[in-house]
Design a protein around this ligand. Sequence first.
Ligand code: BG6
Length: 239
Amino acid sequence: MDWSDYDAALFDLDGVLTPTAEVHMRAWDVMFNAYLRDRGDGQEAYTDADYFASVDGKPRYDGVRSFLASRGITLPEGTPEDGPEQETVCGLGNRKNAAFGEVLRDEGVTPYPASVALLDRLAELGVAVAVVSSSRNAPAVLGAAGLADRFEVVVDGQVAAARGLPGKPAPDTFLYAAEQLGVPRERAVVLEDALSGVQAGRAGRFGLVVGVDRGAGAQELLDGGADLVVAELDELVRP
Ligand SMILES: O=P(O)(O)OC[C@H]1O[C@@H](O)[C@H](O)[C@@H](O)[C@@H]1O
C-alpha cells in the first residue's frame, strides 16, 4: 500500500490492534445467555451471529439496546451508574463489563504482532496515528498491551460520552480524531473489524476504509463500506 496518499491512520482497537474483540464477545455471550435463561420466556440463545449483527463495535449500552430490540425486548434505560444487578440497559451492560474486567486482569493482553509491525512502519513514515474505540475500557486495554505511548490521540467511549459524540456506525468519533490530529478526512485511513466501524468510515467519507476480517466476514465488510479487506495488518506494510 502506498501510504504517501495519506497523513493519518485511525485505528479501531478491539479486534484491530488487540485480540480483545474475542474477550468482549465471550463476556457478552455469558451475560446475555444468563439473562435470557433467567427471563424464562422461551427466548432462543444468544449466538455469535447476534454479536456480529447487533453488538460488534458499538458503544456498550447501544449494543445492549440493539440486541434486546432484535428480540422484541424493551427495558428501561437506567444510568451508567446502575449496578450489575439492575434489569436496565445500563445494568446489563455493566454486568457484562464486570466479566470483561476480570478477563483483562487475569489474562492480560498481547497485541497482534502484524498490527504492531504496521504501527512501526507508520512511525518510520511519519504517518500520524489515533485510536478510535467505542469502548470505555480502551485506555486500560492500550496500557495492558503496552501500546499507550504510541498514540497521542485516543477517542474512546468515555471521551465520546463526555463530548456528546454519537457512537459507531455514526462517523463522529473518527471525524473528531482526524480533527485532533489536524488531518483532513480525505487524507485519513480508517481501520476497522466491525460492520458498524466500516459503516462509520464510509459515512465519514474518509480517504480509505480498511476492513480487517476477524469474523465479521470479508463480503459483509465490503458491503458495509470497506474499500478493501485484509486478514492481518502487515499486508499494509508492503509497498
Ligand atoms: O468496553 P465497553 O465500553 O463496554 O465497550 C464495548 C464495545 O467495545 C468495542 O470496542 C467492541 O468492538 C465492542 O464489540 C464492545 O461491545
